[in-house]
Design a binder for this molecule. Structure first.
Ligand code: BGC
Ligand code: NOJ
Length: 810
């Protein structure tokens, strides 16, 4: 069952009912100012940091779901409704929500009034713009009372929902232009140099800034006093909960339409200029921002700028084929999600509250893989930020805070896969750009300027961190956890509320990870290549030697006969072996070891992938492990805490499915790879939305596995490494166009279902048009470049500005 449809031409997903199985959201903003917006106008916005600079209050885990947003109440002859359906839920004659790239437009109609609400963050500005069009579609005149509504968050979103003894007394506002501009200035008197405002470009009949006055005590969101009465109260908040609501009288002749532009902005003021006069804030910067978006023409121009921005970004990789689901995933939604994950990391979604996690070291490096072709300069900056949180021994803070860029001491370090991800990220950046100069960039350890050294030295410490931390079998020690945060082999926790990751009470050097071993082998050729490039031939040689040694170790101690083992636990027992009662096989080492090429020659790779097919594949994707743990194992940690089939205990992790997909292409089984991909790619799941339940335009982190009560149900959409890895899988391995150090590799491997397609790839300033005739047989492609046959699959990079035609038969 579907709840909408894709409008590919407009690059939109169109939701046709307010009653989707869960709020289906979108993100606004791509620089410093961001917002989440659901199809019912729920959500909130913030400046840079979702915890510390939150503008709007939002109530997570509430009843009903999705409370708090930008709400417009329309009182038409005593009946009150919202274009976004929520919060009144008054029946509508029509409803449509269009989520587009950086904007959302909700259009509804009721009894001869059509309201259309456009929300977006203009490029280069710190504001959410709301354009509300109201049209009289009836035969008679309409006299409407319209009320805007947003609720301010008192900036620090965590404090805002916990510290009521203080914050019920701190709220302050100012009102200007008769109520057309409402300022939120809580804490501006003391240490804040920023305030927010909500403006409408028209004279108002009234306003409200006090929540209780607007709603009336004990009323809920569906029946605010002010909207029901049709008259604003001109309330002035003092403490409690400040809001901003404009009251508009809207008279419309038959067929007439009126447009109002609202600006919800954030400004910072230099400390010396904070006040206009004692107690009165300096409104100049707000006025300047308001000026820029006070007419529908300005809004249209800003929307055009946004659309052009996205057209340009998306043109870096695009495909034309007969499979429209493939096209829309590759051309629109997957890169869009990659941008969002790059910006948000794992901070703010409808599953992440924006107050918890900082930027992950591992996560951000992986996010880069799907983002680097969009804006390489920002990827470069991110790499330097991440590397600056590394420690001198090569280990790294697991997370850092986006506002300060400092490592997070609460979580600390000790996730032993982290350092190697930095090499992945840097290699992907250099492949895309050819910017070897980044390796000479001076980067500190733990943000201490005294410790600055080259970025290459950071990579060296990363690589050697693994070598310096090997266990009894010569495999890498796992530390607190590797990619799988929930495989906690050194944390024997029997006390509720302890963190599974950071309450490490076993400091022994025994628990080993075959997954990290696979990563090490996978990253070694890139590391060696870069070392050689910089003239460190010995280091390159050493790296290659250690890599083959690790490969052998994996095949000796990390091979279980039919698949790769997952780990050795604290006691030296095998994890992920046929000898185990439960969780005999895990997905991660199968994907990563084969991607690294381990066992490809000896046939183990094929065996491992066949075991994946046999034991882990389901109709909704590949589960993480099988059979799931049915009991809590203190020596394994959080993984065994989850009910069977959910999350890391045999859920379908859409993040590591692409590792198997890529691995399948490594052994030439494109049809199987493409099938796996289609099982989890959201556009292909649209018809099953009642089962999947989340947005059909973006990936979710997890789909409940075959042992779960709700097999096929997704959770945790948007912010997941899934976005980047699936983009890598589809664009670089299935469609097979991937930048390498010395040229663009063209090697499609996706079975025969899509018999021909054209990929347009911009890279290093040149454009490649790659026409593929795809027989589906796989094997080595035959290529011509501008009509000339070439040997192999590497198209040399052309000069910036060139257009190169590549014909490929495979
Ligand atoms: C979740 C993981 C997540 C981790 C982050 C765990 O509870 O299951 O998916 O990565 O927390 O700390
Ligand atoms: C989510 C985390 O953000 C990511 O770093 C981790 O790899 C996965 N969970 C799997 O545990």
């Amino acid at each position: 069952m579907r709840f909408g449809y894709f409008d590919d031409k407009s690059r939109e997903y169109v939701i046709t009912t307010p009653k989707t199985p869960y709020p289906w959201i979108n993100y606004l903003g791509s620089e410093n100012f961001f917002a989440l917006v659901s199809h019912r106008a729920g959500g909130y916005c913030f400046y840079r940091d979702a915890r510390l600079r939150r503008l709007m209050r939002y109530r997570y885990n509430n009843v009903p779901t999705d409370v708090g947003g930008r709400y417009f109440y329309i009182n038409d002859g005593g009946e009150v409704w919202n274009p976004s359906f929520a919060p009144t839920k008054t029946a509508l004659d029509s409803f449509e929500c269009r989520h587009g790239l950086g904007y959302t437009r909700i259009t509804s109609e009721r009894k001869g009034v059509r309201a259309s609400l456009l929300m977006f963050v203009p490029q280069g500005h710190t504001a959410e713009v709301h354009e509300l069009r109201i049209k009289n579609t009836s035969a008679g005149p309409k006299s409407l009372k319209v009320f805007s509504f947003i609720e301010w968050c008192l900036w620090n979103a965590y404090d805002d929902m916990t510290n009521y003894q203080r914050n019920f007394s701190t709220g302050e506002v100012e009102i200007e232009r008769g109520g057309s501009t409402i300022y939120h200035k809580t804490e501006y008197r003391e240490r804040r140099d920023h305030y927010a405002f909500y403006n409408v470009n028209a004279p108002v009949a009234g306003f409200d800034t006090d929540r209780e006055t607007f709603f009336g005590l004990y009323n809920d969101w569906s029946a605010p006093d002010v909207a029901l009465k049709g008259v604003s109260s001109k309330s002035v908040a003092s403490g409690w909960s400040p809001i901003a609501s404009h009251g508009l009288d809207v008279q419309l002749a038959p067929g007439e339409e009126k447009t109002f532009v609202f600006t919800l902005g954030y400004v910072e003021v230099p400390r010396a200029d904070k006040w206009e006069k004692p107690g009165v804030i300096n409104k100049k910067p707000a006025h300047a921002l308001i000026e820029k978006f006070s007419t529908p023409e300005q809004v249209a121009a800003a929307m055009k700028q946004l659309a052009d921005h996205w057209s340009k970004l998306l043109s870096n990789y695009s495909i034309e084929s007969t499979d429209e689901k493939l096209n829309r995933t590759v051309n629109i939604w997957n890169p869009y999600q990659c941008m969002v994950t790059f910006n948000m990391s794992r901070s703010a979604s409808y599953f992440e509250t924006g107050i918890g996690r900082g930027m992950g070291f591992r996560d951000s490096n992986q996010d880069l893989l799907g983002f680097v072709h969009l804006v390489p300069e920002r990827a470069r900056e991110r790499i330097i930020d991440i590397a600056s949180t590394q420690f001198p021994d090569g280990s790294a803070y697991h997370q850092y805070q986006p506002l300060t860029k400092r490592g997070n001491n609460d979580v600390g370090s000790g996730f032993n896969d982290d350092p190697l991800w930095l090499i992945f990220g840097v290699a992907a950046y250099i492949r895309e750009t050819g910017d070897y100069g980044i390796l000479d960039e001076q980067v500190p350890f733990d943000n201490d300027p005294k410790t600055k050294t080259t970025l290459f030295e950071h990579l060296k410490r990363s690589f050697n961190y693994t070598l310096n931390n090997l266990g009894p079998h010569g495999l890498p020690l796992i530390g607190r956890a590797d990619w799988n945060d929930c495989l906690n082999l050194n944390c024997f926790s029997e006390t509720p509320d302890e963190s599974f990751q950071t309450t490490g009470n076993k400091t022994g050097r025994t628990a080993e990870s075959v997954f990290i071993a696979g990563m090490f082998v996978g990253v070694a050729p890139d590391y060696a290549f870069l070392a050689e490039k910089l003239g460190f031939a010995d280091e390159a040689k050493k790296a290659r030697g250690e890599s083959s040694k690790m490969s052998e170790t994996i095949l000796k101690h990390g091979w279980d006969g039919e698949w790769f083992l997952r780990a050795y636990d604290f006691f030296g027992n095998k994890v992920g072996s046929k000898e185990n009662k439960e969780s005999q096989i895990f997905i991660e080492p199968q994907g990563f070891c084969v991607m690294a090429g381990v066992g490809v020659e000896g046939g183990q790779a094929k065996k491992a992938l066949d075991s994946v097919k046999e034991r882990l594949d389901t109709k909704y994707g590949i589960v993480l492990n099988n059979p799931p743990y049915s009991e809590y194992h203190v020596e394994l940690g959080e993984i065994s805490s989850y009910p069977q089939g959910y999350k890391e205990n045999a859920g379908i992790f859409c993040h590591n499915n692409p590792w198997v997909i890529i691995a399948e292409t490594m052994i030439g089984r494109g049809d199987r790879a493409f099938d796996y991909w289609k099982k989890i790619a959201p556009a292909y799941l649209e018809e099953q939305s009642e089962v999947h339940r989340l947005e059909p335009y973006v990936y979710a982190q997890m789909i409940a596995g075959k042992d779960a009560v709700r097999h096929g149900e997704a959770k945790n959409s948007w912010l997941t490494g899934t976005a980047a890895w699936n983009f890598v899988a589809i664009s670089q391995y299935l469609l097979g166009v991937r930048p390498d150090f010395d040229g663009l590799r063209v090697h499609p491997c996706m079975g025969g279902e899509v018999s021909k397609f054209t990929v347009t790839r911009k890279c290093r300033g040149a454009e490649y048009r790659i026409n593929v005739k795809n027989s589906g047989k796989g094997g080595a492609p035959t290529l011509t470049v501008d009509g000339q046959p070439i040997a192999g699959d590497l198209v040399p990079y052309a000069k910036a500005g060139a257009t190169v035609i590549v014909d490929c038969e495979v």
